[in-house]
Design a protein around this ligand. Structure first.
Ligand SMILES: [Zn+2]
Length: 78
C-alpha cells in the first residue's frame, strides 16, 4: 500500500488516501472531492472542477494521469 494526499493529487488539504495502485488513490480523491462539493467546501471546488473536466476530456487529461501514475510509482511502500 502507498499513500497519496489530497494535495499531491491537486487538492488543497492533507487528507491521505491509501491504495495498491494509482487508480485507487485517484478514485479515492474523486470521492473526496465529490463529498467536499456536496458539503459546500469552496477550497476544494477548483480541484473538483478540474477532476470533472478530466472525466469529460479523458484524452487531454492523459498527461495528468501519467504524472499521478509516476508520482505514485515513485512513492515508498507504507
Ligand atoms: Zn482535500
Amino acid at each position: 500500500m502507498k499513500t497519496m494526499t489530497c494535495r499531491q493529487l491537486g487538492g488543497p488539504c492533507d487528507l491521505a488516501h491509501r491504495g495498491e495502485t494509482h487508480d485507487d488513490v485517484i478514485n479515492a480523491q474523486d470521492q473526496h472531492l465529490k463529498q467536499a462539493e456536496k458539503d459546500g467546501d469552496a477550497a476544494h471546488q477548483p480541484a473538483r472542477d478540474e477532476m470533472k473536466s478530466r472525466w469529460r476530456h479523458p484524452k487531454k487529461s492523459l498527461g495528468w494521469y501519467r504524472e499521478m501514475k509516476q508520482a505514485f510509482a515513485d512513492l515508498p511502500e507504507d
